[in-house]
Design a protein around this ligand. Structure first.
Ligand code: AMP
Length: 294
């Protein structure tokens, strides 16, 4: 695996690649979810490029940024073992030189849910992803369902700015008990880690209710919130059932053809976790996710 630290280095290496390139951007703290994205990229592309850049601008809380796992040696080792060909690991000043002042804003999709809880977050995400796609020039880029609103924002941005990269959405990788893998999970106390699986428990309850013909969105919403409460997930930022395209809360009854998105964000101790699923449950696969966010 070749490691590029600067943009000129990456551009030079990229120019020399005459093959189909798949790109997996990360913030480091590499876990099996990231490795899953890399595996998908390896299936589809001749060359796999990954980046590790802990983007300070997308953190809305200083403590969250400070606590974030940083171990570039470990991350590079894991990326190498996963079969990444080229890793881009820039310093902050490389990405944001003095006098940097240009930002990308996806107006509507950035405002709700994560955007409301973390103002400026998606503006920073859209900006850094634009920079990364501009310099990596990948044929395909891989993003996780775990951050589904991020997928919606990036998909819209890539369309609006005519960025010639195909966006692939990879389903969420989970721990054995259902908890979505995340770099922040290791910050959970033993007690909080135990009850954290109740988030997926609540998503599963909604998927099961849907399978049992519950179609009224308010009934499904009630099941979601009740199950979270029973699982002792009480500090909830949001728990809702929304339209996949607009991310607006749904009302009434779901038709048999409809696909809805179930979103949860909750605090456990000092840690904030997010998770989501599509209903019906069989839609939570790469092909359907990628198509839904086309
Ligand atoms: P991050 O380093 O957290 O910014 O994540 C980098 C990429 O990995 C993003 O596209 C995430 O959505 C994706 N990702 C993170 N955790 C998971 C997971 N558990 N399953 C699938 N994708 C994930």
């Amino acid at each position: 695996m070749i490691i590029a630290h600067t943009i000129p280095e990456l551009l030079r290496l990229r120019k020399a690649i005459d093959a189909i390139v798949g790109f997996v951007p990360t913030m480091g703290g590499i876990h099996a979810g990231h490795l899953g994205l890399i595996q998908e990229a390896r299936k589809d592309n001749e060359t796999v490029l990954a980046s590790v850049f802990l983007n300070p601008k997308q953190f809305t809380e200083a403590k969250d940024f400070q606590q974030y796992q940083r171990d570039l040696t470990r991350d590079c080792q894991l990326l190498r073992e996963a079969g990444v060909d080229l890793a881009f690991v820039p310093e902050i000043a490389e990405m944001y030189p003095e006098n940097f002042q240009t930002y990308v804003e996806v107006e509507q999709l950035s405002k709700c849910w994560e955007g409301a809880a973390r103002p400026g977050h998606f503006r920073a995400v859209a900006t850094v992803v634009t920079i990364l796609l501009n310099i990596a020039q990948p044929d395909r880029a891989y993003f996780g369902q775990k951050d589904i609103q991020q997928v919606a924002v990036i998909r819209r941005m890539v369309r609006d700015l005519r960025i010639p990269t195909e966006i692939i959405v990879v389903p969420t990788y989970r721990a054995k008990d259902g908890l979505a893998l995340s770099t922040r999970n290791h910050l959970l106390s033993t007690e909080d880690r135990k009850r954290a699986n109740s988030i997926y428990g609540a998503l599963s309850a909604v998927m099961a209710a849907y399978e049992n013909e519950v179609r009224d969105v308010d009934d499904l919403r009630h099941i979601l919130r009740e199950t979270l409460a029973r699982g002792k997930i009480t500090r909830i930022d949001y728990a809702d059932i929304v339209d996949v395209q607009t991310l607006k809360p749904l009302q009434g009854a779901l038709t048999d053809e409809a696909v809805a998105l179930v979103l949860v964000a909750a605090h456990l101790g000092q840690t904030r976790l997010i998770d989501n699923c599509l209903i019906p449950a069989h839609k939570n696969n790469r092909a359907d996710l990628t198509r839904l966010f086309e």
